[in-house]
Ligand binder design. Sequence first.
Ligand SMILES: C[S@@+](CC[C@H](N)C(=O)[O-])C[C@H]1O[C@@H](n2cnc3c(N)ncnc32)[C@H](O)[C@@H]1O
Length: 349
Amino acid sequence: MTDYLLLQNPGHNRVYYNYAGNLAVAELKIAAQKFDTKCINVGIEQIEGVRYIILKTENELSEKDMQILSRLSFVFAVYERIIFENQNLFKPIPKASYYYIDEKISTILKYSGKTNELFTKMMINIALLSSNFDHKSKIKLLDPVAGRGTTLFEGIVYGFDVFGIETDAKSVQDSTVFFKKYIEKEKLKHSFIKRQIFGKNKSEAVYINEFEFSKTKYDFKTSQKRKKFGIIEGSTQEAANYFKNETFEIIVGDLPYGIAHGNSTGKNTISITRNPSELLSASLPSWYKVLKKGGVIVVAWNVFVASKHKISKIFTENGFDVLSEKNPDKFEHLVDNSIKRDIIVAKKY
Ligand SMILES: C[S@@+](CC[C@H](N)C(=O)[O-])C[C@H]1O[C@@H](n2cnc3c(N)ncnc32)[C@H](O)[C@@H]1O
């Protein structure tokens, strides 16, 4: 048996860190199902006042297992525990490197209503680990409620092609300007185009701000090696009008909480509601179409405004298989007095 101790990423949000023990255990349990090595136990242990996530496996983690482990949102450092003369000895194990671009990108922009970056990364991991795809596939990710793009930035750290839909023009503009400045500063080879993606006439026109980029000029010459970042100023319930059927391997988003922002269910009819179930009912038929078979949706929402049962039912009614109901891991956590967040994991078969 091999005994690993995982030190958690402290992030910069104390409230999130306090809940992050349970979230880490839940994320690791999902990941461990994909390990070559059999997982014997996952849990939490305090050692000299510091919280560690423990992982006991039948054999040493394989190279593939280390790649999966290193990507998990909470993993800051990995040690193997060796007990020697009744003492814990920690042997540092190098993490596998996986960044396409520096992971700090999603931490730079600060604004109210931003989704915690580590939580966002966790949702992306759970979506991919629960899908029929893995990091070796070319992954296209959609955030259907993209805000200023935390999910999109976390996705490009992994080297995915990422697309967002966001109704708020200022958020779309801010994330576009930020990304443009970022890739210019980092001297990534890139192109930018604002093009019409939908609408027969001017009043219906919907636009996408789209970047293609790569780390080297050489890679940029080959379309397969170019990465894509696109954000649409539009309504998420129209996703199937913006993208071809079965475009995305994963869909990940943090639904409006009805607190800092409302959710508008149409471009011209701004109906502010506190209930994400309304947005889901209007949007899931469209999201279903643009998701590939074997693909997975992970969305977070505020349990105070809609129960898990209600949200699960909407997914099931729209043809999805709700995985998080069969495997009720502990993702529920308080963000503040008015937001208790949970996630739904749903697959298209
Ligand atoms: C919780 S925020 C997402 C924040 C984002 N993850 C971030 O970190 O920037 C939810 C977003 O959904 C957007 N939204 C609400 N209704 C929408 C709709 N019908 N179509 C597209 N976006 C919508 C809101 O404007 C808001 O920016």
